[in-house]
Design a protein around this ligand. Structure first.
Ligand SMILES: [Zn+2]
Length: 111
């Protein structure tokens, strides 16, 4: 399955950059991905195994959710962002993988 080239989150359209040059830069920094709220950009190494790429994409999207929800405005939370996002992303991904009926139910817009 192809990595989406853009994603809508809240009022914003994020570009997902999976180019070869980006992958090389990420690998040079020993990263699988990163995200930039100010430029609405998510960068992802597309050459890592699918499960890692999927978790990384979800991880970066959770950072963008965190940013849009202004969670860091809560006193004392900001230093814990990375740890919380890193803890939640594999759990949410596995929840959706193991329960495809749940994903269908959650994504259904009509009762
Ligand atoms: Zn992170």
């Amino acid at each position: 399955m192809t990595i989406p080239s853009s994603l809508v989150l809240g009022p914003h359209l994020y570009k997902v950059d999976c180019s070869h040059d980006t992958a090389l830069r990420l690998r040079a920094d020993q990263r699988r991905g990163d995200s930039h709220a100010d430029s609405l950009l998510i960068r992802l190494d597309p050459d890592c195994p699918h499960t890692i790429a999927a978790e990384t994409l979800l991880h970066e999207l959770l950072h963008m959710c965190w940013n849009q929800a202004a969670v860091n405005d809560i006193e004392g939370v900001e230093p814990h962002e990375e740890k919380i996002v890193a803890a939640l992303s594999p759990l949410i991904l596995e929840l959706l993988r193991r329960n495809p009926d749940l994903a269908d139910y959650l994504l259904k817009e009509e009762p």
